[in-house]
Design a protein around this ligand. Structure first.
Ligand code: PMP
Length: 383
């Protein structure tokens, strides 16, 4: 079996599981309890906060708010910031290739009377600073652009975009870094990012935890009122085992990023070169500015779902055809449409995302399996 769908779910790193086993006693209390068991839990919570903060060079660990995942962090960022700052403006700008957990909160705000400006991308998936500059108005308070896209791998010019966003006071840049976190260096201070989303599961931690970085001074409103945990921004007893696992996963990812990125990039480049050599096969996303673990393609005259099922059942290789979060719909990916593909072209997509468990030696076998799959499906295709 070769698992190449780490963007949908990353296996929990065995070292994270070992950490949770070793710290089990400290993880059973409630961090808000005042007794010794609670204090031990609080120490674990704060250690995890420090580790997540270090991964993105956050200036203070209190700028990290733990949530139940990236979806919740994105909701808090988009809705919480737009609602809190509505006296300064009621327009939000969201790139056309954002994850559904950004697009849907943005649509929710539209129902509440906000304006939504969609920021187009070019054929490689890049947001142009000039286009963004032309689209923002003094009424724009929140801009949301992904650090890197989970479907096409493209890395955005975040630093440049942040400068433009900050030309106006009371305008904030939110960055969904779920796909980029732990894979490429992120520095929220030098990138001048106001709000940034991370997910535990994309770092190799357990599901059920995510984080929103909130830069000091950025005001937002809770979307989850209750007991006031997480600085009042996210009430509810903290999911400590998942959060502690996220902290350990962030520590491991930060320490290994350079060498792992280099290793996985070699696999990525081998896949792109080998699969790109198959007839009527095109890379999606940027050829150079892309995640080190991400190879995505579209194939003429075949459907992504058929590729996925053939690769899985005949070769034991798991790939994706779009975001797992929208795979229940038969609609073509909004990301692929946004980079200018037709509906038909968008249906022929395949995404491969590697992880720490992907061996370099796997690449030639995967390329051969794709070649055989494509030939087989094209022979059957009425197109
Ligand atoms: N953003 C991106 C880019 C994602 O890939 C995902 C899902 N892995 C999410 C947000 C949502 O994450 P979750 O389902 O953990 O809330």
């Amino acid at each position: 079996m070769v698992y190449l769908d780490h963007a949908s779910a990353m296996p929990v790193d065995p070292r994270v599981l070992a950490y949770l086993r070793d710290h089990g006693d400290a993880l059973c209390g409630n961090p808000s309890s005042l007794h010794s068991v609670g204090l031990a839990a609080r120490r674990e919570l704060e250690a995890a906060r420090g580790r997540v903060a270090a991964l993105i060079n956050a200036p203070v660990s209190s700028s990290i708010v733990f949530t139940a995942g990236a979806t919740e962090a994105n909701n808090l960022a988009i809705r919480g910031t737009a609602e809190r700052n509505q006296k300064h403006g009621k327009t939000i700008a969201v790139s056309a290739i954002e994850h559904i957990s950004i697009i849907n909160p943005a649509k929710y705000l539209v129902k509440q009377g906000f304006e939504l400006a969609t920021v187009p991308v070019d054929a490689d998936g890049l947001v142009s600073p000039d286009v963004l500059a032309g689209l923002m108005t003094p009424d724009t308070t929140v801009v949301s652009i992904n650090y890197a896209n989970d479907e096409i791998g493209t890395i955005e010019p975040v630093r440049e975009l942040a400068r433009l966003v900050h030309e106006e006071e009371h305008r904030y840049l939110h960055v969904n870094a779920t796909a980029a976190g732990g894979r490429i260096p992120i520095d929220v201070q030098s990138d001048e990012i106001d709000l940034l989303t991370l997910s535990s599961s994309d770092l190799g931690g357990p599901r059920g935890a995510g984080a929103l970085y909130v830069a000091p001074g950025v005001r937002l409103q809770t979307v989850m009122p209750g007991g006031g945990q997480e600085r009042g921004l996210r009430s509810g007893t903290e999911n400590l085992p998942a959060i502690a696992g996220m902290g350990e996963a962030a520590r491991i990812a930060g320490g290994e990023m350079e060498q792992e990125s280099r290793r996985q990039q070699k696999i990525r480049d081998a896949l792109i070169a080998g699969i790109g050599g198959i007839g009527e096969t095109y890379l999606t996303g940027h050829p150079r500015l892309r995640l080190p673990n991400h190879a995505s393609f579209r194939f003429g005259r075949i459907e992504g779902e058929s590729i996925l099922l053939n690769m899985d059942t005949l070769f034991g290789i798991q790939v994706a055809t779009g975001s797992a979060c929208t795979s229940q719909t038969l609609e073509p990916s909004h990301v692929l449409l946004a980079i200018g593909l037709t509906h038909e072209e968008a249906h022929g997509s395949m995404i491969m995302t590697t992880g720490r468990d992907t061996a370099e030696e796997a690449a030639p076998g995967v390329i051969d399996a794709v070649r055989q799959t494509v030939e087989r499906l094209r022979a059957l295709s009425p197109l």
